[in-house]
Ligand binder design. Structure first.
Ligand SMILES: [Zn+2]
Length: 125
């Protein structure tokens, strides 16, 4: 699979995604309109309700910490001040299962291992 992730440079002016709003009716991970069915943990009536948000929030933060989040995901958009989990929950965030699969613990651990020194955060994701 092609690695097309770009590292966001917070010092780079002009190209900031500021002002971009999250469209909560779309997949929060890719924000794209596709024919794929959206999965919404908030619509689950099981006792595990909300658990999906906690997990994805932890994983997104983990990927962000090592600079491996794709630019399509802007964590500041997914956190309106009360934390990502809470924000996702409040907006009944949805996602494609295929997008969700990109963020799992195994991948995170592997990526963390590849990233040894933080200064080395080039484009190795
Ligand atoms: Zn998606």
């Amino acid at each position: 699979m092609a690695k097309v992730y770009k590292v966001v440079d917070p010092l780079q002016p002009g190209t900031s995604t500021q002002g971009l709003e999250t469209d909560w009716s779309k997949c929060v991970l890719c924000q794209e309109d596709t024919s794929e069915v959206l999965h919404c943990p908030a619509e689950s009536t099981r006792a595990t309700q909300g658990a999906g948000y906690k997990t994805i929030a932890e994983l997104l933060v983990g990927f962000d910490r090592i600079g491996c989040l794709p630019t399509s995901i802007n964590l500041s958009r997914l956190d309106d001040g009360n934390g990502i989990e809470e924000t996702l929950q409040r907006h009944n965030a949805k996602w494609h299962d295929s997008c969700r699969l990109l963020y799992n613990r195994t991948k995170l651990q592997r990526a963390e291992k590849r990233k040894k020194p933080p200064e080395d955060a080039a484009d190795d994701c």
